[in-house]
Design a binder for this molecule. Structure first.
Ligand SMILES: [Mg+2]
Ligand SMILES: [Zn+2]
Length: 243
């Protein structure tokens, strides 16, 4: 049997939302404004950590955040895609710059449809609750450690390095994403692998702005707009592997 690894970015790939923005949009317009003001000067994970502390101090509880995260919807096509990959014997992982708590809670809220159960690993920034219900978020890679990637990855996470650590035991790798930070992992894929790139977000802007970027991807590059098109790509890939 062909061993398949399917890796997906989370925000605007598996869900049509950005979880970091969603939490503050819904729970604190004041802190959402502060996020915009500080995002050019404070590293993103550190900024989320800082703002989550202020959110807790303003009286928003752990239960409020978990309940809100549960409202982020999953397109049924994404759940169908997970099921299709599992039926083909594939492993599914999430590789994201959000955090473990957000992704875990959003997936768990859909556990009636096995969403959390299908995913074997969350490769992202660690999140932990303290006794006061404050969510702490840390960088996946913190100084003095570095991921050493010379590409366009942010300091705290190189999705390409994370993929390289996991790819070697698989025959075929699929990687789906929408953002600039999904470019590096797509360059790590081989010629028989598949890059599932979402249109309309920063990854497309990057690739269409300079064709040296597209040349950096050796894998089969398949574009999609909505979840049902990504599902169709995955169904097509898996059907061919079976034959
Ligand atoms: Mg994304
Ligand atoms: Zn990288």
């Amino acid at each position: 049997m062909v061993k398949i690894l399917a890796a997906f970015d989370f925000d605007f790939t598996l869900v049509d939302n950005d979880s970091d923005h969603f939490v503050f949009d819904k729970l604190s317009p004041t802190l959402r404004k502060k996020m915009s003001e500080l995002q050019s000067s404070v590293q993103w994970t550190d900024l989320m950590h800082l703002l989550l502390g202020e959110l807790n101090a303003s009286g928003v509880s752990k239960a409020d955040i978990i309940q809100l995260l549960g409202q982020i919807e999953f397109n049924p096509a994404i759940l169908k895609m997970f099921e299709t990959i599992k039926n083909a014997g594939g492993d599914i992982i999430v590789v994201s710059d959000a955090n473990t708590v957000y992704i875990d809670e959003i997936l768990k809220a859909k556990e009636a449809k096995n969403a959390r159960h299908y995913v074997s690993e969350l490769v992202t920034n660690p999140g932990t609750w303290d006794d006061a219900g404050r969510l702490h978020v840390a960088r996946r890679v913190s100084p003095p450690a570095t991921h050493g990637c010379p590409s366009i990855c942010s300091l705290n996470l190189c999705k390409g390095t994370e993929m390289q650590k996991r790819m070697s035991e698989y025959d075929i790798v699929l990687y789906g994403g929408d953002g600039k930070n999904d470019y590096c992992p797509m360059t790590k894929l081989g010629e028989k692998d598949f890059a599932l790139a979402r249109r309309g977000h920063s990854l497309e802007k990057l690739i269409s702005g300079d064709d040296t970027y597209e040349k950096g991807i050796k894998a089969n590059l398949l574009w999609w707009n909505e979840a049902d098109e990504m599902l169709a790509h995955v169904e097509g890939i898996l059907a061919k592997l079976k034959n």
